[in-house]
Design a protein around this ligand. Structure first.
Ligand SMILES: CC(C)(COP(=O)(O)OP(=O)(O)OC[C@H]1O[C@@H](n2cnc3c(N)ncnc32)[C@H](O)[C@@H]1OP(=O)(O)O)[C@@H](O)C(=O)NCCC(=O)NCCS
Length: 225
């Protein structure tokens, strides 16, 4: 079973791979986007799109190119909301019907310490105290990397829905080490959305896990908001 499945509701189609797959392929429009990219970027981009197409098929949608939209967010068929992630040892896609899920973000990171000075750059003082307390108490999880991944999941769920960019200090993440969940409190002023679009919630609930050297986080906000 896909590990991403364990942290997302069953209405969401997921597909993932630990390696790049020989059967992965790109539409010409996708290939044009990475024609000058290094080989590793080309491979992760291709495998993530292979996963995305598997998820589209699982939802009963026709496979289409996955191209970047505003702020780099992937553009999905109009009936779908989704998220992609790739890191060393993991590529994954999650996709849902807009009638089921309003906001969706997934992120994978290598399960190792953040590089020097990154925690100070991305964490609010309260988050940093929590990470340091968890690092002292539970030694089998890299809580600094988990915090980083949770913030990336927040951004991937938030930005496509609101069109708003977020800085790392714009979300205050509270991790529950035992329930393997987290809550993100959004601190940025709420953007104006088009008429008829419900405001994004001020708190997002997420789940996390560590599997085979990878930290995974996921946020799925049910529709309607
Ligand atoms: C965009 C970003 C979130 C990607 O995360 P990452 O850990 O670097 O990389 P991942 O491999 O997990 O994800 C990459 C995928 O994210 C998706 N993505 C890019 N921009 C996105 C956006 N604005 N919204 C949603 N998804 C986005 C793309 O599908 C991309 O894959 P692709 O280039 O193959 O299409 C990150 O690079 C970034 O810009 N972060 C700064 C913003 C932020 O996180 N603020 C903190 C908020 S609290």
């Amino acid at each position: 079973m896909f590990v991403l499945r364990r942290i997302l509701p069953s209405c969401i189609a997921v597909a993932e791979s630990r390696d790049d797959l020989p059967e992965g392929w790109l539409y010409p429009e996708e290939a044009a986007l990475i024609s000058t990219a290094v080989d590793s970027r080309r491979r992760e981009f291709t495998t993530a799109r292979h996963c995305a197409r598997r998820a589209m098929r699982e939802l009963g949608l026709r496979a289409v190119p996955v191209l970047p939209g505003r702020h780099g967010a992937p553009r999905w068929p109009s009936q779908a909301v989704g998220s992609l992630t790739h890191c060393a040892g993991y590529r994954g896609a999650a996709l849902a019907r807009v009638g089921d899920i309003a906001m969706l973000g997934v992120d994978a990171e290598p399960h190792g310490p953040l590089p020097d000075r990154i925690l100070e750059a991305i964490a609010l003082p309260r988050e940093r105290r929590q990470v340091e307390a968890c690092l002292a108490r539970y030694r089998d999880v890299r809580w600094d990397r988990l915090l980083f991944s949770a913030k990336e999941s927040v951004y991937k769920a938030w930005n496509p829905y609101t069109g708003q960019r977020l800085e790392f200090e714009d979300a205050d993440i509270d991790i529950d080490p035992d329930a393997m969940t987290f809550t993100a409190r959004l601190l940025a002023p709420r953007p104006d959305l088009p008429a008829g679009v419900p405001p994004a919630p001020g708190r997002l609930e997420g789940r996390w896990l560590v599997s085979e050297g990878v930290v995974l986080t996921a946020i799925a906000v049910p529709a309607p908001l």
